[in-house]
Write a protein that binds this ligand. Structure first.
Ligand code: HEM
Length: 202
């Protein structure tokens, strides 16, 4: 296995960890608004945050770059990734085929997302109001639901692919890793979709 493939897989796993933490944070918004404001204020006051953000940016850009380069090389080599569809696994096949498109969709979503919520950071105590005003716009809500779907599909395939790339998949644990990865994908995608809808409600 090349070092690039290993890094594409390892960086993907780091991004999943970020997504789980991020979902945990934003889930507070509809569940416990006061705790959400306290959490957001504490996070924004943390001295380590800019370092973590730069690290995350580097991981995300290298993940996108390496994975796309790999997808293009595979396509050139005539690898149509038709392996999964033979097993009558329609969702798995769709997830595998849409991996590159899904990644690009997520990148496009992130540009809008960061412009909306990161570059114009609201004052302490106004985080939830800012979130609501973004998600109450139907076009924004649609975009967030599309991103949640893309996250679910991307992780549905990516979690298994990452374990395979890192050499962690074997016949004994394969089906458990696949099931756990897929459950996580549906949980994270469904979680973001639910939070977006709940925050959008008046
Ligand atoms: C219901 C869905 C979501 C909500 C309500 C939400 C909310 C937010 C908010 C409020 C911020 C600003 C944080 C800050 O000012 O420090 C943020 C940042 C961010 N979000 Fe989301 N987000 C959602 C979904 C997503 C998804 C699906 C992804 C990735 C695919 C994502 C990736 C990011 C990233 C990378 C940042 C920048 C982190 C940072 O600078 O600290 N978000 N999000």
């Amino acid at each position: 296995m090349g070092v690039r493939t290993a890094w594409a897989a390892a960086s993907g796993l780091v991004l999943v960890l970020f997504l789980i933490v991020h979902l945990g944070g934003v889930a507070l918004a509809p569940l416990d608004p006061a705790a959400f404001e306290t959490y957001a204020a504490a996070l924004h006051g943390a001295a380590w945050l800019p370092v973590a953000e730069l690290g995350l940016l580097a991981v995300a850009l290298s993940h996108a770059g390496l994975s796309l380069a790999k997808a293009i090389a595979n396509r050139r080599a005539g690898n149509g990734a038709a392996l999964v569809s033979r097993r009558a696994d329609a969702l798995g096949a769709l997830a595998a085929r849409s991996q590159a498109m899904g990644g690009v969709t997520l990148l496009a979503f992130l540009v809008v997302h960061l412009l909306q919520l990161r570059w114009s950071r609201p004052a302490a105590g106004e985080e939830l109001a800012a979130l609501h005003s973004v998600l109450a716009q139907p076009a924004s809500l649609l975009l967030y639901l599309a991103a949640a779907t893309a996250v679910a599909l991307h992780l549905f395939h990516g979690s298994e692919a990452a374990h395979r790339s890192l050499g962690l998949l074997d016949p004994a644990n394969g089906s458990r890793i696949r099931a756990a990865g897929r459950a996580l994908a549906l949980l994270v995608g469904g979680g973001f979709a639910a939070v977006a809808v709940l925050v959008a409600l008046p």
